[in-house]
Design a binder for this molecule. Structure first.
Ligand SMILES: Nc1ncnc2c1ncn2[C@@H]1O[C@H](COP(=O)(O)OP(=O)(O)OP(=O)(O)O)[C@@H](O)[C@H]1O
Ligand SMILES: NC(=O)c1ccc[n+]([C@@H]2O[C@H](COP(=O)(O)O)[C@@H](O)[C@H]2O)c1
Length: 322
C-alpha cells in the first residue's frame, strides 16, 4: 500500500490559463517539504489539459504550452509535457499519471539497456546524470506523483467529476502532494473520505504559510481590465500574452447583455434583476469596445456592470452597438 518513495517526479495537471507565479511556487514549496522528509525529487512536469476540457475562457493549448515554456525558463527542474494536449480528446488524470510513469520508466530502462535512440527530453537532467553513472541494479524507477492545490483535492467530492476507481488508483498507485490554499482544509477533507484515509500514507499535505491567492482567473480578469499583472505572472509570460493579444476579452457570450442608451441612461443605474459588484463607465471615443464585447461599431462611452455571478452587462451610448 505504501509507495516506494525513491525518484519522485512531481506532475501537475490543470488549465494553466495562464501559468501564474503560484503554479511555479507550488513546485518549490513541495520540493522543500519533501526534501525535509528525506525524499528525493528528481524533477517536475506540467501537463496542461486538452482544449476540449470544458472550462470558460480556456485559451488554445498552443498558447498555454508556449506560456508554460516561458514560465519554466525560471524553473529549469520542471518541464512541460504536451502529451495531454496532443491526444484526440480530454484525458482523465489517472491516465495522465499512468502514461507519464510508464513512459519515463520505459525510457530509463531503454537507456540502461544501452539503447541510443531514446528521447530523453522529458527526463530531468539530474536523473539522466544518475543514469549515466548508474549500474543497472540500482533502483532508478520513478514514481510520478500528482502535485496539486487543495482545491483540486477537494474537487474529488464534486458529484460526477471523478470516478471513485480513479481516485483510489491515484492515491494508491501514484500518491498526492497537496499544497494548502486559503479556505481549504485538506486534513479534514482526507479525514472525511474513507479512501483517502486508507491511503493517507501516500498523501503529503504541504502547508503553505506564505499564502498567495493568485489564480489564473484573477490574472485573466486583471488582463481583461488592462490592469497590471506584474509580479503575479512571469515577465516572459506577460510579454507573450501581450504579443498575442490573449485575455483581452472575457468570454461571456451566453450572458452578455447590451442595452442601448435609449433604454438605460448612462448613469449606471442597475438593471432590475442585476445586483452589481462593480460599476464602471469607460470613455472610449472612436474606439471599439473590445474588452467588453465584440462590437463592430465605434462608440464613445459604455457603462459596464459586473454581477456577483460574473454576468457582464453593458450599457452603450449608441444603439448601433446592439
Ligand atoms: N494559489 C494557489 N495555491 C495553491 N495551489 C494552486 C494555486 N493556484 C493554482 N494552484 C494549483 O495549480 C494546479 C493547476 O491549477 P489551475 O490551472 O486550475 O490554476 P487556477 O489558478 O486554480 O485556475 P483557475 O483560476 O483558472 O481555476 C491545481 O492543482 C491548483 O490547485
Ligand atoms: N476525472 C478526472 O480525471 C478529472 C476530473 C476533473 C478534473 N480533472 C483534471 O484536473 C485538472 C483541473 O484543472 P482546473 O482546476 O483548471 O479545472 C485538469 O487537469 C483536469 O483534466 C480530472
Amino acid at each position: 500500500m505504501f509507495l516506494d518513495n525513491k525518484n519522485i517526479i512531481l506532475l501537475s495537471t490543470g488549465s494553466f490559463n495562464p501559468p501564474t507565479n503560484m503554479h511555479l511556487r507550488m513546485f518549490e514549496i513541495a520540493r522543500d517539504h519533501l526534501n525535509r522528509l528525506g525524499l528525493t525529487i528528481c524533477g517536475g512536469l506540467i501537463s496542461p489539459t486538452h482544449d476540449s476540457y470544458k472550462k470558460k475562457d480556456l485559451a488554445p493549448s498552443l498558447h498555454r504550452c508556449a506560456m508554460i515554456e516561458q514560465a519554466l525558463v525560471a524553473l529549469p527542474w520542471v518541464k512541460l509535457s504536451d502529451w495531454e494536449v496532443k491526444q484526440n480528446g480530454w484525458t482523465r488524470t489517472r491516465q495522465v499519471l499512468q502514461y507519464h510513469q510508464n513512459h519515463l520508466n520505459m525510457i530509463i530502462t531503454s537507456r540502461l539497456n544501452g539503447s541510443i535512440k531514446v528521447d530523453t527530453s522529458l527526463l530531468p537532467v539530474q536523473l539522466i546524470e544518475n543514469l549515466n553513472v548508474s549500474d543497472s541494479n540500482q533502483n532508478t524507477a520513478v514514481n510520478v506523483r500528482l502535485l496539486c492545490g487543495a482545491d483540486l483535492l477537494e474537487s474529488f467530492a464534486v458529484p460526477g467529476l471523478w470516478n471513485d476507481d480513479d481516485i483510489e488508483a491515484i492515491v494508491r498507485d501514484y500518491g498526492l502532494v497537496v499544497v494548502s490554499r486559503s479556505g481549504s482544509n485538506p486534513h479534514k477533507f482526507i479525514y472525511e473520505s474513507n479512501v483517502l484515509t486508507k491511503y493517507m500514507a501516500n498523501i503529503i499535505v504541504v502547508t503553505e504559510w506564505i499564502t498567495n491567492e493568485v489564480s489564473s482567473t484573477k490574472v485573466r480578469r486583471a488582463l481583461s481590465r488592462n490592469e497590471s499583472v506584474k509580479f503575479l505572472i512571469s515577465e516572459l509570460v506577460e510579454s507573450y500574452i501581450k504579443e498575442h493579444g490573449l485575455y483581452e476579452t472575457l468570454n461571456h457570450d451566453n450572458t452578455l447583455k447590451i442595452y442601448p442608451m435609449d433604454d438605460k441612461k448612462l448613469n449606471i443605474d442597475e438593471p432590475d434583476n442585476l445586483h452589481c459588484t462593480e460599476k464602471r463607465v469607460i470613455n472610449c471615443k472612436n474606439s471599439k469596445v473590445r474588452n467588453v464585447a465584440e462590437s463592430k461599431e465605434n462608440c464613445s462611452k459604455v457603462a459596464i456592470l459586473v454581477s456577483e455571478n460574473g454576468i457582464i452587462e453593458v450599457i452603450s451610448d449608441m444603439e448601433t452597438m446592439v
